[in-house]
Write a protein that binds this ligand. Structure first.
Ligand code: AMP
Ligand code: ZN
Length: 482
């Protein structure tokens, strides 16, 4: 079978995946900035990397997956307005909780380590000292900047995003103190805090805070080493964030730090990138609750995840009502077939489907740069087969049925991370319980009519033990649940 290939943004090609240490994979993915609610676009990126993580694990790799939480930001205090003082950690807590609640809707596996930037200030300060020592950073007025031009003399700044140094304009998240820089391309490693900046730490240079790019270099190096296998993030982070990470990493060790740079593409809404700053975004919970004006109905998180996986992670996905409706139909078809497997009639022999070839094609799809839409297309081939067995058009032997069921489970649950939505709809659940209790009441009635008081009392007493109390009246029997 063909080996796993993944598209490396650095080479612009698909490459055969070879980990640094046999059987082990180190993977770092940029996580959320916990200063606002995560929108569906953010979720797409983490769903893409969840797919990659799941498949690597499925192949048997021991993966250390690190996804950071950016909790150092640019909260400023407006001292005059007399409003309640902002406590940065309260903001961080609120949106960290939101982040975890939101991604849990989509069945994401927890990473191995989820380090926070504020928990690694000392590590970041140490890295800055090292970069200064190596001669690639300078201090001005309490702030420290990375010297891009100097770095570019020995290394290649811009190689990931294919940008020429002359054309670059610095695009760091910090604005103040811009004039201190020797060159506009230089980016901040440490910023001296202005009076109104409320998140600050002491350092050899000033009371201040680290630059955004540095936290990822500090945390990836700390947990995955000076060299590791995969670094991921959304395509929008390629420049400047990842370009700056490469520069920092190479300035420190003199060598390439990351073997495979993997970028997932954007989710768009109304044809434009979903983004928190432009307001062109939608929150997952508003789709799931149906609390929005964009979609005609609510959609389950399982359907949304399925919808995302129907596109390759390197393609743009535009979310629309029609697309989600179509995905919902497809997903329901897949779920019905999976539910049907257990009830299929087995025959002495199988016909109509080559299971071995099918399994091979499933793996080839995923080995081709995690091509989930191709894998899903294969699962739909199996759906056709399952339905044909059910309609007596084709047959399956017991051995093959076990094989098919096992593979469908592996690809559906384990690799794609899909789930069959439980009938968590309260009304559905309540209807089922109500129907079951009423059925028991009917049997109790029947037993009593037959003078079988042993059975009728048993039903009453056992229900009572479960907290269901039956009340007999002249109008019949009803119940209350305690
Ligand atoms: P941020 O919190 O803005 O740093 O973004 C967190 C992650 O979400 C990053 O990996 C971004 O690349 C990703 N992201 C932001 N917007 C989108 C989008 N519209 N579609 C997919 N990923 C996105
Ligand atoms: Zn990052």
């Amino acid at each position: 079978m063909q080996k796993l290939q993944l598209f490396n943004s650095l080479s612009g090609k698909k490459e055969i995946f070879k980990p640094i240490v046999k059987d082990y994979v180190g993977m770092y993915v940029c996580g959320p900035t916990v200063y606002s609610n995560v929108h569906l676009g953010n979720c797409r990126t983490w769903i893409s990397f969840d797919l990659i993580y799941r498949y690597l694990k499925h192949l048997g790799y021991k993966v250390r997956y690190v996804r950071n939480i950016t909790d150092v930001g640019h909260l400023e205090e407006d001292s005059d307005d007399g409003e309640e003082k902002i406590e940065p950690m309260e903001v961080v807590q609120k949106y960290t909780v939101d982040f975890f609640q939101t991604i849990s809707l989509f069945n994401l596996l927890p990473p191995s380590i989820e380090p926070t930037a504020t928990g690694h200030i000392i590590d970041q300060i140490e890295l800055i000292k090292l970069i200064i020592k190596k001669g690639y950073a300078y201090e001005i007025n309490g702030s420290v900047y990375f010297d891009v031009l100097k770095f570019n003399k020995s290394f290649n700044y811009g190689k990931l995003s294919n940008r020429k140094i002359e054309e670059l304009i610095s695009n760091t998240r910090s604005i103040e103190g811009q004039n201190d820089k020797k060159n506009p391309q230089d980016f901040a490693l440490w910023k001296k805090a202005e009076a109104k900046h409320i998140m600050r730490w002491p350092s050899p240079w000033s009371n201040g805070f680290p630059g955004w790019h540095l936290e990822c270099t500090a945390m990836s190096t700390k947990y995955l080493g000076k060299k590791f296998d995969i670094h991921g993030g959304g395509l929008d982070l390629k420049f400047p964030h990842h370009e700056c990470e490469i520069a920092q990493g190479e300035a420190i060790t003199g060598e390439k730090q990351v073997n495979y740079w993997v970028h997932s593409n954007m989710l768009t809404l109304n044809g434009k990138k979903m983004s928190k700053s432009t307001g062109n975004n939608i929150l997952p919970k508003d789709i799931i609750d149906g609390n929005n004006t964009f979609f005609s109905k609510s959609f389950k998180p399982e359907v949304i995840r399925f919808y995302m996986l129907q596109s390759h992670y390197r393609n743009i996905v535009d979310i629309s009502n029609d697309a989600l409706l179509a995905s919902e139909r497809g997903f329901n078809k897949l779920v019905s077939a999976i539910n049907l497997i257990d009830n299929l009639k087995v025959s002495s022999t199988s016909n109509g489907f080559d299971l071995i070839k099918w399994e091979k094609t499933c793996y080839e799809s995923m080995n081709d740069d995690f091509n989930s839409p191709l894998l899903l297309a294969q699962l739909f081939e199996a759906v056709k087969y399952i339905n044909s067995i059910n309609n007596d058009k084709f047959s399956i032997s017991n051995k093959d049925l076990i094989f098919l069921k096992n593979k469908m489970n592996i690809f559906f649950y384990e690799v794609l991370g899909l789930k069959i939505p439980n009938s968590n709809d309260k009304s559905i659940l309540n209807n089922k319980i109500d129907g079951t209790i009423n059925l028991l009441i009917k049997y109790r009635e029947k037993a009593r009519l037959n003078n079988d008081f042993e059975t009728s009392d048993l039903i009453r007493d056992e229900l009572l033990k479960l907290g269901v109390k039956l009340n007999d009246s002249k109008d019949g029997t009803n119940y209350i649940i305690n």
